[in-house]
Design a protein around this ligand. Structure first.
Ligand SMILES: *Cc1c(COP(=O)(O)O)cnc(C)c1O
Length: 385
């Protein structure tokens, strides 16, 4: 089976983990600090906080901005469930903004309209979580400008976007957001097995996220409630979690980062190749106008049965039977049973719902060979015939 995505681990990656196993640190230690420094440099941002998943990073990001009961946080339906769950885990309500029919990212006109309505109803969001779908940045400048007008926070879910740029700035620079979150899951751009990281320009948000990662515990003299009793003394000053990344994982991440440019280059090469090879097929290809800006986590085509003569289900089944691990990104989050039980119904985000009925992710990862890609294209052609 050719999967839709997978990691690429080389001997240097393995050696980095083995070396760490022989070191003094297994859990969060010097390698985590090095990974954070490397990421801060990559993103040209002062602060990076590494954690054990992007889900954890989104959770502590929401906690750090103070989202809680009585607040509402908005995200898009075309994402992994974690982009919405993070707010629910803080006790906040969630609502969904529809997507743009071309980029599949948050629709800025839909966001602007929803903000006008929310203002009239007296229920503006505490935060908006735009997602960098497939590795392409949303319209960050426009979103940030709305954030200033309406007074909400912006947490970018940049899980797909390690190494991407927007308007010449590295994604994660937080020029147009409060916090940006990345994922190091094996199908993403670089991996630590499980892992995630949050970047921010705000030292207070960085400090709070670092504290929430470790149980809400501090040794910072300025924050202690009582007298410091000695070197062993610490205080838990708020409710936190154990969301630490291990040094084994951070060493893997550091090793992977050395090949980031190579990974991105190969992903872009494969995307350009798909774009040529699929040009004559009756499917909608993704936008490639910003091919060098996107990190290209996913290559999603759309199968409109009226044009293709086949349903997405038929193509999915045929390709799976041919050993091609196509996938669907994403089932609209608001239509998951958990969110339906909160009152969300079909029709809430029509564009995302239409998209989700047609979307199919083709295999895309740096170790995919031209020959394997040709096999994917041949299977697609066959399944459409
Ligand atoms: C993968 C992903 C996550 C969750 O990442 P983990 O590191 O697996 O927790 C969150 N949001 C989006 C958009 C993702 O693709």
């Amino acid at each position: 089976m050719i999967p839709y995505g997978r990691q690429w681990i080389d001997d240097a990656d393995i050696q980095a983990v083995v070396d760490t196993l022989r070191s003094d640190w297994l859990t969060q230690g010097p390698a985590v600090g090095k990974l954070e420094a490397a990421f801060a440099e990559l993103c040209r941002v002062p602060h990076a906080v590494a954690v054990n998943s992007a889900t954890s990073a989104l959770h502590i990001a929401c906690l750090a901005i103070g989202a809680g009961p009585g607040d509402v946080v908005w995200t898009v339906p075309n994402t992994f469930v974690a982009s919405a769950n993070c707010a629910r885990l803080c006790g906040a309500d969630v609502d969904f903004v529809d997507i743009d029919p071309k980029t599949y990212n948050i629709s800025v006109p839909a966001l602007a309209q929803k903000l006008r309505d929310a203002k009239a109803a007296g229920r503006l969001p505490k935060a908006v979580i735009p997602v960098h779908f497939s590795g392409r940045a949303p319209d960050q400048e426009a979103i940030w400008s709305l954030a200033k007008d309406y007074g909400f926070r912006v947490i970018e879910d940049a899980s797909h976007s390690v190494g991407a740029t927007y308007d010449g700035e590295p994604v994660g620079s937080c020029r147009w957001s409060d916090i940006a979150v990345f994922s190091f899951h094996p199908v993403k751009i670089v991996t630590t097995a499980e892992g995630g990281l949050a970047t921010t320009r705000d030292p207070a948000l960085a400090e709070r996220m670092a504290r929430l990662r470790t149980h809400g515990i501090t040794k910072d003299e300025a924050l202690l409630t009582n007298k410091n009793e000695g070197g062993w003394y610490y205080e838990q000053i708020e409710l936190g979690l154990n969301y630490r990344l291990t040094d084994l994982q951070a060493a893997l991440g550091l090793s992977q980062l050395r090949r980031l440019e190579e990974f991105l280059h190969r992903r872009r090469e494969l995307v350009a190749r798909y774009d040529r090879l699929l040009a004559e097929m009756p499917v909608t290809r993704p936008l490639v106008d910003l091919i060098d800006e996107s990190a290209w986590h996913l290559y999603v085509i759309r199968i409109d049965p009226k044009r293709a003569g086949k349903t997405r289900r038929q193509v999915y089944d045929a390709m799976r039977a041919a050993g091609i691990g196509v996938q669907v990104h994403y089932i609209p989050v608001h239509l998951q049973p958990y969110y339906r039980a909160l009152g969300f119904k079909p029709g809430h985000c029509p564009e995302a719902e239409r998209y989700a009925e047609e979307a199919l992710s083709l295999p895309l990862y740096p170790a995919l060979t031209d020959g394997e890609q040709d096999a994917v294209v041949a299977a697609l052609k066959q399944s459409l015939s």
